[in-house]
Design a protein around this ligand. Structure first.
Ligand code: ATP
Ligand code: MG
Length: 180
């Protein structure tokens, strides 16, 4: 993948397919430890221990249209190629937590990519899911919570053009402020 946001999109799509109603995405850039951690936490249907171990290998998928599931193995490979680590914690009926750590300065570490676009795609793909996007950079933090936005919006749908545009700009400005 050319951008980490593409991995995020892929992993969050799994959470959506798993019926999650709350999905949290955390990007944590710690320039002191020189790590970039991506964590995706959902309350979807979860996996058994056996399923988790199979999922790590590229020959397991519950899809029927194609034989190999590659989303998770590719994310794991990307992290491990950057002196990183990867872990999945999942419980049947509870949810799934996936964490990938990259060495921030690693030469092969691809850019984060466009998180504003990624979140817009996700938010508009299912307006009933609550998305939390947290981006931490050293001591600074940005948070977007669609649940909070929905409360302010009242009857206005979160996937209306004006709202999506507002969310997009809020993310762009929010991420920019982390580097100041
Ligand atoms: N968040 C999740 N909750 C429950 N099950 C999951 C979750 N993520 C992955 N899985 C299970 O792990 C399998 C493998 O996921 P993976 O993303 O690697 O491949 P895929 O989604 O099947 O195919 P691809 O991503 O290549 O289109 C899924 O088919 C699903 O059964
Ligand atoms: Mg997938």
């Amino acid at each position: 993948m050319r951008e980490l946001s593409m991995h995020i999109l892929d992993i969050v799509q799994n959470s959506i397919v798993a019926g999650a109603s709350v999905i949290e995405i955390v990007i944590n850039e710690n320039l002191i430890d020189d790590t970039l951690t991506i964590a995706i936490d959902d309350n979807g249907r979860g996996m058994s221990e056996d399923e988790v171990s199979k999922v790590i290998s590229p020959f397991f998928t519950s899809r029927t249209t194609r034989k190999v599931g590659l989303g998770i193995p590719m994310f794991k490979a990307s992290a491990e190629a950057c002196d990183g680590a990867f872990k999945i914690t999942s419980e049947k009926g509870k949810g799934t937590y996936i964490e990938a750590v990259f060495k921030h300065s690693h030469i092969d570490r691809v850019p984060i990519g466009n998180m504003a676009e990624t979140m817009i795609v996700l938010v508009s793909s299912d307006i009933n899911i609550d998305f939390i996007y947290k981006h931490i950079r050293n001591d600074k933090e940005y948070i977007l919570s669609t649940k909070e936005i929905k409360e302010v919006l009242g009857e206005v749908p979160i996937n209306s053009m004006e709202v999506l545009e507002w969310i997009k700009n809020n993310i762009i400005e929010g991420i920019k402020a982390l580097s100041k």
